[in-house]
Design a protein around this ligand. Structure first.
Ligand SMILES: Nc1ncnc2c1ncn2[C@@H]1O[C@H](COP(=O)(O)OP(=O)(O)OP(=O)(O)O)[C@@H](O)[C@H]1O
Length: 494
């Protein structure tokens, strides 16, 4: 159902339009000022804007310019007074798609809206923040893309991600099994679900199971179900995920973690398209598509004897590799904005975006935990932010200080990319003297602080930035470590 934003400072007019459009099966959001309109756009997925050109807080031209800057894909129909055709023409030049004149006639409005939704760019867009225009989700670039992505699925704009979408477009309508490779948190499950959504199975269940979390004993029962009394604790009958997902898709995450005997049962199930519940004596047909995911190459696992080769070939009808976030930095702000939008909803806040410094840090940081880490950082910083924009001070220490930390690790391949100042790879020994050279003549205090800084960073790095563990390693209490870190932050922000 298309969602229409009605902007008019005349409340009666808004009410009238709202009632009328709702009757015609549109979803309606109302704003009584330019500011409110921009807020609504930030918080909602709007398909069309119906906007009075005379508002109290901004001129129609100003609002139209902001809308067209930030949301160029949303068609705007403006409402003008009958006598004011010149304004209408002006608005069209500024990017409005069409106009209607007062007094308004329901049929005319409806026709204009329908036409605009048909011919305008009207695809639902992800809300964007003022600070991160780059984060537009389904931008003009991929509006040509024939697949319509699910609401919560962000389509990265990097060439790498576009390539993934192209693969999804091709494989989704088929019944091929798919292996999705990618580091933890890179979006494998979300992609699997997207394949399901784009397939003819979309109306049937998508059932995901993390094979890494299944105990050896319970894996069979989870996957295939069990009969009452088949083992101690089997107090009732249980339906397994293959039956649960009948007609739909089963997603087996971390497939390489399944024990060998379960792999044997799985192979039989996949070959015969039948399962047998644990303790059961009859075969049950199933009709599911299987998508599996792994963060290690299954072919390698097969070579090591950890994964059955025949099972690998069964699944390997198609494979997609999701590159880590650090290899597609162009996508970072887009995802950050999406997660900010989610955090705003969860926390009932209205943070508009990120300061340019924060954007810079987010782009440079090496997201080892990929999208999951980015999401957690955005959630946390949103909680700590009271103003309109997320500022450097609310980012975690390890993220803001990453460039510095990189001095220490610049000889590691990936890290080099995050320290733009260091184009050439330098060894640890070369880097440390350089830091000393930067010290002033009377800098004993600086030298001590620097040494302390490096020691703390080293410890933090060793324990993957867990501050409690770092404190133990450094033999200080947590409070002391926190105070030191705070001090570094303060110095950095000076
Ligand atoms: N394309 C996307 N659009 C929006 N959010 C996404 C997208 N991809 C991933 N995310 C978000 O990032 C987080 C991690 O994604 P997901 O769980 O799919 O990763 P994963 O690779 O399956 O992780 P793991 O290997 O640890 O199971 C989730 O919170 C998810 O909602």
């Amino acid at each position: 159902m298309a969602k229409i934003l009605v902007v008019d400072d005349d409340k009666d007019m808004c009410l009238l339009l709202e009632r009328f459009l709702k009757k015609k099966n549109y979803e309606v959001v109302v704003a009584h000022s330019g500011k409110e309109a921009l807020n609504c756009l930030f918080r909602n997925k709007i398909h069309l804007i119906l906007c009075d050109y005379k508002l109290e807080d901004v001129t129609g031209a100003e609002l139209l310019t902001s809308i067209k800057n930030d949301y160029p894909d949303i068609p705007v129909i403006i409402i003008t007074a009958y006598s004011d055709i010149k304004t209408a023409v002006d608005a069209i030049k500024k990017g409005a798609l069409d106009y209607v004149t007062k007094p308004l006639f329901p049929d005319e409005i409806l026709l204009t809206i329908e036409k605009a939704l048909r011919t305008g760019a009207g695809a639902a867009h992800q809300p964007v923040t003022e600070g991160t225009l780059a984060a537009r989700n389904q931008s003009a670039d991929n509006s040509k893309d024939p697949i319509r992505l699910s609401d919560n699925f962000v389509a990265g704009k990097s060439p790498l991600f576009k390539n993934i979408l192209e693969q999804v477009r091709r494989v989704a309508p088929t019944d091929y099994s798919v292996i999705i490779y990618g580091e933890s948190g890179s979006g494998k499950e979300v992609l699997a679900k997207e394949i399901h959504q784009q397939s003819r199975r979309a109306k049937s269940p998508f059932v995901a199971v993390d094979c890494g979390a299944l105990s050896r004993e319970l894996a069979g029962s989870e996957l295939f179900g069990h009969e009452k009394g088949s083992f101690t604790g089997a107090v009732g009958q249980k339906v397994g995920i293959f039956e649960m997902a009948d007609g739909g898709t089963v997603f087996l995450d971390e497939i390489a973690n399944l024990s060998y005997d379960i792999q044997v049962s799985l192979l039989r199930a996949v070959q015969e398209r039948k399962i047998r519940r644990v303790g059961g004596n009859k075969d049950i047909d199933f009709n599911v598509r299987i998508i599996v995911a792994s963060n290690e190459e299954l072919w390698e696992a097969a070579k090591k004897g950890k994964f059955r080769e025949d099972l690998f070939h069964r699944f390997n009808e198609f494979s997609i590799k999701i590159p880590p976030l650090r290899e597609r930095r162009e996508d970072v702000l887009q995802f950050a904005t999406h997660f900010l939008h989610q955090a705003n909803e969860e926390l009932n806040k209205n943070i508009k975006g990120f300061t340019p410094e924060v954007e810079d840090v987010l782009k440079k940081y090496i997201w080892h935990g990929n999208l999951r880490e980015l999401k957690n950082v955005i959630k946390r910083t949103s909680l700590l932010t009271d103003g309109d924009y997320i500022e450097l001070i609310s980012l975690p220490f390890e993220v803001t200080n990453f460039a510095k930390l990189n001095f220490d690790v610049a000889d590691e391949g990936n890290a080099a990319a995050a320290a733009p100042a260091k184009e050439t790879r330098e060894t640890h020994e070369e880097i440390i003297p350089k830091r000393e050279e930067t010290l002033g003549e009377n800098s004993l205090r600086d030298a001590a602080a620097d040494a302390e800084y490096m020691t703390i960073l080293k410890a933090l790095k060793e324990v993957n930035f867990n501050k409690s563990k770092a404190a133990r390693l450094l033999n200080v209490d947590r409070k002391t470590l926190y105070n030191k870190i705070k001090q570094f932050d303060a110095n950095n922000n000076r």
